[in-house]
Design a protein around this ligand. Structure first.
Ligand code: SF4
Length: 73
């Protein structure tokens, strides 16, 4: 039997901590911080979404979010 590779951490958004209205002009700072563009925000002040299956774990989003709403899991 072959052991599966360990799953790498991906970015997870805690919606209880995410408040786009507190970010500059309602724009999610993590969207621009992600070089792979896996964080989507439809419009300013909308809640962003992370396309987790595309996340490669750079963690720039974690640093970019001023409210610490993103963590790696
Ligand atoms: S930067 Fe953080 S708090 Fe602001 S919208 Fe993005 S995830 Fe939410």
């Amino acid at each position: 039997m072959r052991l599966s590779e360990p799953r790498r951490p991906v970015a997870v958004l805690d919606y209880s901590k995410c408040h786009p209205e507190k970010c500059d002009k309602g724009i999610c700072a993590a969207v621009d911080a992600c070089p792979v563009k896996v964080i989507k925000q439809e419009a300013p002040y909308e809640l962003p979404e992370i396309v987790q299956h595309m996340c490669v774990g750079y963690e720039y989003c974690v640093e970019a979010c001023p409210l610490k709403a993103i963590r790696m899991m």
